[in-house]
Design a protein around this ligand. Sequence first.
Ligand code: 5GP
Ligand code: ZN
Length: 112
Amino acid sequence: MDCIFCKIVAGEIPSNKAYEDDTVLAFYDLEPQAPVHILIVPKVHIASAAEITPENSAVIAHIFEVAAQLAKEKGLDDGFRIVNNCGEGAGQSVKHIHFHLMGGRTFGWPAG
Ligand code: 5GP
Ligand code: ZN
């Protein structure tokens, strides 16, 4: 499958890793939008949040545990943002589900 995040998970494309275990990989975004900008992905290919089911949702819960741990490790004590873009209309450019963990600056709402 021609999926860049599957290739990053497989080590075929290099990445700057922030965390890894059996089911999850976290790596630094190539074009950071905040002082800390980490992408957290399941190792298994799930195309988007629209594809989450009772059968595959455990890894999504685990991603949020990893996000909380990374936020602590990176000192994001003032707050952080977890973003998932689902579908092209919402700005999803890579069709392998990923959660942006961003921190180290203030954020506007709903955008920015
Ligand atoms: P999306 O727009 O799909 O929510 O987020 C995709 C993110 O992946 C973007 O922030 C983009 O900078 C990042 N990205 C795309 N290709 C690569 C890559 O090869 N390596 C890394 N580390 N990040 C990537
Ligand atoms: Zn994939």
